[in-house]
Ligand binder design. Structure first.
Ligand SMILES: NC(=O)c1ccc[n+]([C@@H]2O[C@H](COP(=O)([O-])OP(=O)(O)OC[C@H]3O[C@@H](n4cnc5c(N)ncnc54)[C@H](OP(=O)(O)O)[C@@H]3O)[C@@H](O)[C@H]2O)c1
Length: 333
């Protein structure tokens, strides 16, 4: 008999909520148990998207409140809420919880005020959570902090190199599509500021900076930008090798991966190849003029940067095939 895990989604009406919902529906070992949304509670799934619950498709239950979905006794809870809301929640006593927000990523609670703008309401419980970045830090335990989108791209590029590069003066220039900022309207994602524009934001103060430093063991300087596209993220990292061949290190590190690929010499990552997928591409270039190596990682902020990674973590924790339910091939464009 096939083993199934029952899933509850909290904050299902947001961008990451919709993305995990879509992957759960495509997953052979996961079954939807409860779908939470305070704004849609009591309504049918078609209120979110008319393509749901069509004849022949898997059924999505009626929306219930986030509180009810959290308490529904699922085997897996996928938390897709703003950071501060996720930080206040008491996790259910049983089952796996994957938090897609940043509320449980930092081990030092005192960093939340500076980088997230709130005092962490449950600081003593942060040590109950583990950081789950499958390629570098596979999930352990039952409470998992899913990495941030910029952090995932920077860490996939730099993590395997951390003992082979000079940690001083490391620069990451990163750009993301506007869905990275969530569904609710903000000045930064208003069409009037996004279209035909590229804007740096949170320069020197983005919340993924301490997350990246926590994994690497040294700080990086990260400048994020909003791109006038809906999805996709690209991180360009400027590093200096302390001797080893960085391309060889990355190629060997990801040789067995079905999710992360290192492109052949001369080929650069491209947003259009990773958009709508759960994969990441890495390109490596020598800049002999300045004695630097430029490592570029592209991924979809909602895919490998959020929902795809969350499902990959669930697969690893439950012993399902690692890529079950993930979008791997994308569409040739
Ligand atoms: N967008 C990305 O690319 C991305 C990538 C990685 C991680 N993340 C993280 O994932 C989390 C969700 O992001 P998102 O992009 O999906 O955000 P979003 O589109 O703004 O959706 C957030 C969801 O949270 C609920 N919500 C909003 N305000 C709330 C409040 N005050 N109290 C309780 N629930 C509230 C809403 O559901 P209701 O219907 O219940 O109101 C909404 O569906 C965030 O922490 C974000 O940082 C996002």
């Amino acid at each position: 008999m096939r083993k199934m895990a029952y899933v509850s989604i909290i904050g299902a009406s947001g961008y990451t909520g919709q993305e995990v919902l879509d992957r759960v529906l495509a997953h052979r070992e996961l079954e939807l148990h409860a779908v939470g949304s305070d704004s849609l509670a009591g309504r049918d799934a078609v209120a979110l998207d008319p393509r749901l619950n069509r004849n022949g498709g898997r059924r999505v239950p009626q929306f219930i409140t986030n509180e009810a979905a959290l308490a529904s006794g699922a085997d897996v809870v996928l938390l897709c809420q703003p950071h501060e809301d996720a930080a206040t929640l008491e996790p259910p006593a049983k089952g796996v919880v994957i938090d897609l927000s940043g509320a449980h990523r930092l081990t030092d609670a005192t960093l939340y005020e500076r980088w997230y703008g709130f005092v962490h309401p449950r600081p003593d419980e942060l040590s109950d959570w583990s950081y789950g970045l499958p390629e570098l830090a596979p999930p352990t335990g039952r409470l998992i902090a899913n990495p941030g989108c910029y952090a995932t791209a920077a860490l996939l590029a730099l993590g395997p190199l951390k003992h082979a590069i000079d940690p001083d003066g490391l620069v990451v220039d990163a750009k993301s599509g506007m869905t990275g900022a969530g569904r609710s309207l903000k000045a930064i994602t208003h069409a009037g500021s996004v279209l035909e524009n590229v804007s740096p934001y949170k320069v020197g103060s983005h919340q993924h900076v301490p997350e990246i430093a926590q994994v690497l063991g040294f700080p990086v300087s990260l400048t994020p930008h909003v791109l006038p596209v809906r999805r996709g993220l690209i991180a360009t990292c400027y590093v200096r090798s302390t001797g080893p061949d960085l391309r060889m290190l990355l190629t060997e590190f990801y040789a067995e991966s079905h999710v992360v690929s290192v492109l052949p010499e001369g080929l650069a990552p491209d947003l259009s190849r990773v958009q709508y997928t759960d994969t990441a591409e890495i390109g490596v270039f020598d800049d002999s003029f300045t004695d630097r190596t430029i490592v570029i990682c592209a991924l979809d902020n909602l895919g490998k940067g959020a929902a795809g990674q969350a499902i990959q973590n669930v697969n690893l924790l439950f012993g399902f095939p690692e890529t079950e339910g993930l979008r791997l091939p994308g569409v040739l464009v």
